[in-house]
Design a protein around this ligand. Structure first.
Ligand code: ATP
Ligand code: MG
Length: 334
């Protein structure tokens, strides 16, 4: 499949989600095939129960150049953070960003992790010597010089991370106003560029890179893996958020929590989800992201799951999460 075709397929998946009923609180029901139990990791690969055929609204079809998702009245800037490693920060950043872009919005993803996983997933070169976040943060280069288009969706742009960023934490220590460098660079970029959503994909630490994102952002999205110890570290993150709010960025709010890698067959996943919903009743999105082979395979093709397997449960869940984020943003700014 070529890129435009992939984009068309994913767009039609966006439209199906937009026109489908409100997202389920529980993960979608699946029809389990007869036979032996499948491997634990394959939990979501059983096809989704067929969704009711959406009613075709001829007016909205005719005006299909309009965004499928509502745009916020001003740029929403999210930091995707959790200092616990491997909880789905990058996966959530790239898939939510791509879903919003496929929904017709303009989106910028800033990769702040020296591993550059988000850049990989969005099909953007981040080999040694490729300019990106490091040059903006350390050399003070304008962001516009190094932002590139992602082939994943029209309207999706990326500031790539290279391994150079690994040294940035140390280089930043001796710099003046070190925690506000990214905020200033982003503010300058936003003066001249229209962007509906910005996402910072953070490394699994609360160092100066993450701090720069917390100072530049307005909202925090915490992905929480539905596993034991899920909330471990979240209280430390909350303390850091309070400190940043009190001293560096009083506009920062935890607006969104997303449950990831949900295995609907385990009682543990349901218990963790309940506990998270108790702690973060308003912030937790109704949809949960299932554990999915398709989601984990997509980056190795330089893709998000939305273009890699647009019909998979993982893709549909990320579309629903993006739809809800956009809906809440539009409501708040109304
Ligand atoms: N819903 C999912 N189902 C299956 N695998 C997943 C899912 N979400 C993420 N993964 C896989 O889990 C691993 C960790 O995910 P990811 O890289 O998004 O986490 P992270 O929080 O960004 O990690 P790090 O802290 O290292 O930056 C990756 O291999 C990813 O492909
Ligand atoms: Mg990551």
């Amino acid at each position: 499949m070529d890129v435009p075709e992939l984009e068309r397929t994913a767009r039609s998946a966006v439209e199906a989600v937009v026109e489908a009923p409100t997202p389920d609180v529980d993960p979608p029901q699946r029809v389990r095939p007869p036979g032996p139990r499948r491997a634990r990791f394959d939990v979501d690969e059983t096809p989704l129960a067929p969704a009711p055929e959406p009613e075709v609204d001829s007016v909205s079809r005719e005006t299909s150049t309009q965004s499928a998702f509502p745009a916020p009245s001003e740029t929403r800037i999210f930091v995707v953070a959790n200092q616990k490693g491997g909880v789905g920060k990058t996966t959530t950043s790239v898939n939510v960003a791509a879903a919003l872009a496929l929904g017709g919005l303009s989106v910028l993803l800033i990769d702040l992790d020296p591993q550059g996983n988000a850049s990989t997933a969005l099909g953007v070169d981040h080999g040694p010597g490729v300019p990106g976040t490091y040059e903006v943060l350390i050399d003070g280069r304008p962001m516009a010089d190094h932002v590139v288009d992602s082939p994943e969706a029209a309207g999706l742009k990326v500031l790539a991370a290279t391994i150079d960023l690994a040294g940035a934490e140390i280089e930043l220590v001796s710099m003046v106003a070190r925690e506000g460098r990214l905020a200033r660079a982003l503010a300058a970029y936003l003066k001249d560029h229209h962007v509906d959503y910005v996402f910072f994909d953070c490394p699994p630490s609360l160092g100066l890179l993450t701090l720069n994102a917390l100072v530049a952002a307005r909202e925090i999205l915490i992905p929480i893996q539905c596993e034991y110890y899920a909330l471990e570290g979240v209280s430390q993150l909350m303390r850091t958020i309070d400190l940043v709010k009190g001293q560096l960025n009083d506009q920062l709010e935890l607006s969104t929590v997303l449950l990831t890698m949900y295995d609907g067959r385990t009682r543990l996943a349901a218990q963790v989800a309940d506990e998270v919903r108790r702690h973060f009743a308003e912030q937790t999105l109704p949809v949960v992201i299932p554990r999915s082979v398709r989601i984990s395979e997509a980056p190795s093709y330089g893709q998000t799951v939305l273009t890699y397997h647009p019909d998979s449960a993982g893709a549909v869940s990320y579309l629903k999460a993006a739809q809800e984020i956009a809906r809440r943003g539009a409501k708040e700014s109304a």
